[in-house]
Design a protein around this ligand. Structure first.
Ligand SMILES: [Ca+2]
Length: 371
């Protein structure tokens, strides 16, 4: 889970129920991932509490200062290598240690994929593992996970935001080190989910070697509302930057992803904010306890955010492409007036010639791509 997990951390017990708070979520439905409230009497006022905890803290850049970063960030950041020779057990890499690199299964001439997970996640989580396995299935590559789970732990999201800078710089240093040891610079591809997107963005701006491609998977927006280009992933960080937006909007709208175009090519599946299959909970069909309502709502929000990763993973080996069309808006796209515009594929097989905003629709469940 990523920022959506903040919802789990703001569960508070109250003696009354603010039922009105959830009324607008009473249409549609949500996927369930089995998360259950600890106690059905728990009362969750997700929105109110999360706004109180996060919005005022984050919105003012000074209160989300990089000074909050962990002073031991370099000791708490790891780089873990998997290849087809070690698809399950990782080999740790150390920046500047050529001996360890030489003893590892790293192949300098192969593509190097570097993936940074999001807040509250780790390299052991489902999305990270499926990302790794999908890349290794597709090609003989060096898959490196940025292991920053000790710096991405809840509950203090702004502290994890501050840790993006040191972790990103270290990741940029790793890129330079690998290239200094003979790695093919043109075969680097960095990816990050949510906060991880800004980590790989910082890596791109830190590395002295120009990175050919960075992919941002629903880059986190809370705490970055006023951030400059140096703090966020944007098009200056690599030769080609592609972004997949799946939960674009403001936290106050219960959305977690960047709502602006920041890459060379920005993809807005289903409009970029709400994804089919992640629709708000149809409470009428669920238990009417508020705890259950809140739990399902939590899943719905995180579901939209995580879909960016789901779409990308499917694009790595999927038989059906995510064909996307350049257009000015989702509304225009749906009218068909952009039908003759430039098209490309969202995800791994994107054309690096793509430029602008791209729209497409997806299915509510795998296979998500519609061709
Ligand atoms: Ca940047």
């Amino acid at each position: 889970m990523d920022i959506g997990n903040i919802l789990n951390w703001v569960i508070i017990r109250e003696s009354t129920v603010d039922d009105l708070h959830f009324k607008k979520e009473r249409n549609g439905r949500s996927e369930s991932n089995g998360v259950k409230p600890n106690n059905e009497d728990d009362v969750v006022q997700y929105s109110l509490v999360s706004y109180l905890l996060v919005v005022p803290w984050c919105y003012h850049a000074d209160l989300c200062s990089e000074a909050l970063a962990d002073p031991f960030a370099s000791l708490k950041t790891g780089f873990l290598l998997w290849t087809r020779r070690n698809p399950v057990l990782f080999q740790p890499l150390l920046i500047g240690n050529a001996a360890i690199l030489a003893l590892s299964n790293y192949v300098p001439s192969n593509p190097t994929i570097i993936y940074a997970h999001g807040w509250t996640e780790s390299f052991r989580d489902d999305l990270s593992i499926r990302m790794r396995d999908s890349f290794l299935q597709r090609e003989d590559c060096n898959f490196i996970a940025v292991d920053w789970q000790l710096l991405a732990m809840p509950p203090l999201y702004p502290k994890s935001v501050a840790n993006v800078r040191p972790v990103g710089i270290l990741t940029g240093n790793l890129v330079d080190f690998l290239i200094s040891q003979g790695a093919n610079r043109l075969r680097f591809h960095l990816l990050g989910f949510s906060l991880g997107a800004h980590i790989v963005g910082r890596a791109g701006s830190t590395a002295t070697n120009r990175i050919p491609r960075i992919t941002g998977l629903d880059p986190a927006f809370p705490c970055f509302e006023k951030a400059g280009a140096d703090r966020i992933l944007e098009r200056s960080d690599a030769t080609f930057v592609d972004i997949i937006h799946t939960n674009a909007g403001f936290l106050i709208e219960k959305r977690l992803g960047f709502p602006f175009s920041i890459g060379h090519a920005d993809f807005w599946p289903n409009g970029g904010s709400i994804q089919p299959g992640c629709d708000p909970v149809n409470i009428a069909t669920q238990s009417t306890t508020v705890g259950n309502i809140a739990s399902l709502f939590v899943q719905a929000v995180a579901c939209n955010h995580r879909r960016a990763v789901e779409y990308f993973i499917e694009s790595i080996n999927g038989a059906i492409p995510f064909t996307a069309t350049q257009c000015n808006s989702y509304a225009e796209f749906n009218t068909g007036v952009c039908a003759n515009n430039f098209r490309t594929f969202m995800g791994l097989p994107v054309s690096t010639l793509a430029n602008g905003n791209f729209y497409l629709n997806t299915n509510p469940r795998p296979p998500f791509a519609q061709g």
